[in-house]
Design a protein around this ligand. Structure first.
Ligand code: LMR
Length: 392
């Protein structure tokens, strides 16, 4: 039977991992997959994660099942991290998931029982549409990014969502938009909340890079604002990047209901999605996160480690923008300083992105997305020169 199959196209982001690894050029630069790298190019295990792992090893008494929603203590600890300490917690239910993708997957599967359509920003992380398609949701794109200014086109976004139908699902990036790095302002989020309420749209917020933009609480502002105003909402969060536990697959799915009772029923429905998808989430990463969040000193130390990662990216953004200014004698790349998180679109075509790879050993996604954290300070000028060269 397998002879009938055709190989799917390679994943545009993940295929870069092996392509980069196979490249033998010593001066190659990896700006592909979204993982944090330090100045030596390493993606280290955080010290607080190591300490939590030591404690886990020393104290864990069983590896018996927790259930479909994962570790209840993890779920309790993660709510204030995302929703803040003033959260309407009686209306929020949390489930531990295999990474942010696991959360998106069960939330979209759940939403597909209520609605047929999802609005996804143009552009967005490729897996959003892929998961939506898998959940049999009809995908509509709303304009988000203006390539001419490298900033959000909020009027166009609003105009498109004005036309959405009551009950439609709307995917939003909570912070550090992937792939553009361009986020809504607080005023825009607030206007968007008005629109979501008026049009009765169901928001699904993806919060995968909390702590990499303006700070841990600042980056959760949008989610918290929406949670304070919307009657119902879904949130997918990831611990992959901010705890640096990528392959441990740790995230959470949240349901905000109109009442505690409705939230509990919705949670039970989301659990059914987990049960048929993977049954129960892996424990290790979530146990590490729980240990960190439950211990005041470890929590403070983790925040400091996250801040080191965040400020390195902010420095690189400044350095990049300044280098482009010097090289092009223009402010055309100043948007790099304004955008947030690991990613920005550098404004190259697919062909130019391929040329950067083949001629210069610079790996970026075909849409021109760069992972800023992949740069070392002394590679900035080389990178800028290569971009200017291929753009001609
Ligand atoms: C990315 O956008 O590079 C990361 O979220 C990794 C992935 O799964 O695509």
């Amino acid at each position: 039977m397998f002879e009938k199959l055709q190989a799917p196209p390679p994943d545009k982001i993940l295929s870069l991992i092996s392509a980069y690894a196979e490249d033998t050029r010593p001066n190659k630069i990896d700006l592909g997959v979204g993982v944090y790298r330090d100045e030596t190019g390493a993606t280290p295990v955080l010290e607080t994660v190591r300490e939590a792992e030591r404690r886990l090893l020393a104290t864990q008494k069983t590896k018996s099942y927790f259930g479909m929603g994962g570790d209840p203590a993890f779920c309790r600890a993660i709510v204030p991290l995302i929703f803040g300490t003033d959260a309407p917690s009686d209306r929020i239910r949390a489930l531990q998931t295999p990474g942010g993708s696991g959360a998106l997957s069960i939330l979209m599967g759940f939403a597909a029982k209520l609605t047929k359509r999802i609005h996804i920003p143009d552009p967005s992380w490729g897996n959003h549409a892929a998961i939506a398609k898998h959940s049999r949701l009809e995908i509509l794109r709303y304009p988000y990014f203006d390539a001419a200014t490298s900033r959000v086109n909020f009027p166009a976004m609003k105009a498109a969502l004005e036309k959405a139908e009551a009950g439609d699902l709307v995917l939003l990036h909570g912070c550090c938009h992937n792939p553009t790095g361009a986020d809504l302002s607080r005023e825009e989020w607030s206007e968007l909340a008005d629109l979501l309420i008026e049009k009765k749209l169901l928001a699904l917020v993806d919060l995968a890079y909390q702590g990499f933009g303006d700070g841990l609480d600042e980056d959760a502002w949008a989610v918290r604002h929406l949670a304070s105003r919307l009657p119902e909402m879904l949130v997918a969060s990831s611990c992959s990047k901010n705890f640096g536990i990528y392959r441990d697959r740790t995230g959470a799915a949240f349901v905000l209901g109109k009442t505690s009772q409705e939230a509990a029923v919705a949670e039970a429905q989301v659990m059914m999605e987990a049960r048929t998808g993977y049954s129960m989430p892996p424990d290790h990463g979530a146990a590490v996160v729980r240990i960190i969040l439950e211990d005041e000193a470890l929590y403070a130390a983790w925040r400091a480690e996250l801040e080191t990662m965040r400020s390195r990216i902010a420095d690189l953004r400044r350095g990049l923008a300044e280098s482009f200014r010097r090289r092009t004698n223009s402010a055309a790349y100043d948007f790099l300083m304004e955008s947030r998180g690991m990613f920005s679109l550098i404004g190259v075509t697919e062909e130019q992105a391929k040329r950067l790879r083949s001629e210069f050993g610079i790996y970026l996604v075909d849409d021109g997305r760069i992972n800023i954290a992949g740069l070392k300070e002394d590679q900035i000028d080389t990178f800028v020169e290569a971009v200017v060269t291929v753009k001609g």
